[in-house]
Design a protein around this ligand. Structure first.
Ligand SMILES: NC(=O)c1ccc[n+]([C@@H]2O[C@H](COP(=O)([O-])OP(=O)(O)OC[C@H]3O[C@@H](n4cnc5c(N)ncnc54)[C@H](OP(=O)(O)O)[C@@H]3O)[C@@H](O)[C@H]2O)c1
Length: 260
């Protein structure tokens, strides 16, 4: 079922985990959903059934975003959903390695999926918006709260997300006034299955609000960025304060170092 009246949203990596939460929330808000996936075909089909049951249209679009020309994905989506007004860049790869241990293959993959793809998707999305009588649109890039500090054990991943943070500000200027470009930087929300309960407790200890976030905290951030037409180029960090909790030492603290 296609619909050219309702606005439509494309969510990359929309078949699983946080991407799926973004897609479901957009459907609940009345958007038709273009659900991008790469390998998770069965999960994508299931997501379509759930989303259609909410009374909106949903179509899956398969694309490996590590391949050249991800902008083609937008053209395919526009054929089914000419009223594409929202792009959520959530798909991402997350490989651990220090700079010393990063080879060119890892560097290329992290940057291709996490930075080049959102860059080129935003470019194609904005071009599509400009063709409509109402050219307005919203892009939300999903970053990581670690863009605020230097987790050097994930060097290529982190640099790709830091680049996407800068891109968010740059694109906000270039694509104003019609397309707003913002970002969400999540903290500890949905850790990978490799993370132990000890790890989680240790991370939460460093979070001022002493809690793990939920997908719903990100959805509220997304809804705010979608609704507020006076906000662009912003990074909304949703992390319980973790990203501002990494204090450096300064001269005044030296004489009181026993108290710190
Ligand atoms: N989870 C957290 O707590 C957390 C914390 C900080 C930041 N984030 C950010 O939030 C976003 C979503 O997080 P998540 O944990 O849900 O992510 P995730 O589990 O790592 O999966 C992200 C999605 O990326 C897609 N993907 C991976 N490689 C791809 C490729 N080559 N081409 C196309 N798609 C590809 C996957 O699609 P398929 O499964 O279809 O292959 C998957 O659905 C990411 O940008 C992540 O960096 C998450």
């Amino acid at each position: 079922m296609n619909n050219t009246i309702r606005p439509a949203a494309l969510v990359t990596g929309g078949a699983t985990r946080l991407g799926l939460a973004f897609a479901n929330s957009l459907a609940q808000a009345g958007y038709d959903v273009a659900l991008h996936y790469n390998g998770s075909a069965a999960a994508a089909d299931l997501a379509v059934k759930n989303i259609e049951s909410l009374g909106v249209a949903c179509t899956t679009f398969q694309a490996d975003l590590s391949e050249p020309n991800p902008g083609e994905l937008i053209n395919n989506v526009l054929e089914s959903y000419p009223n594409l007004t929202v792009l959520i860049n959530s798909a991402s790869v997350y490989d651990a390695a220090t700079i010393s241990n990063t080879d060119i293959g890892m560097l290329q993959k992290q940057f291709t999926v996490n930075f080049f793809a959102p860059f080129l998707l935003t470019q194609a999305f904005a071009k599509g918006c400009a063709l409509r009588p109402d050219p307005s649109g919203v892009v939300i890039n999903i970053l990581d709260n670690k863009v605020s500090f230097q987790q050097y054990s994930y060097a290529a991943y982190l640099l790709s997300k830091k680049s996407l943070a800068e891109f968010t500000r740059l694109a906000a200027i270039e694509y104003a006034p019609h397309v707003r470009v913002n970002a969400i930087a999540p903290g500890v929300i949905l850790p990978g299955s490799e993370r132990t309960s000890d790890y989680l407790a240790w991370r939460i200890e460093g979070i001022p609000l002493k809690m793990q976030g939920k997908a719903d905290h990100l959805l509220r951030a997304m809804n705010y960025l979608l609704a507020n037409e006076f906000v662009t180029g912003q990074i909304l960090t949703v992390d319980g304060g973790e990203g501002i909790n990494h204090q450096g030492l300064n001269a005044e603290q030296f004489n009181k170092k026993e108290e710190l």
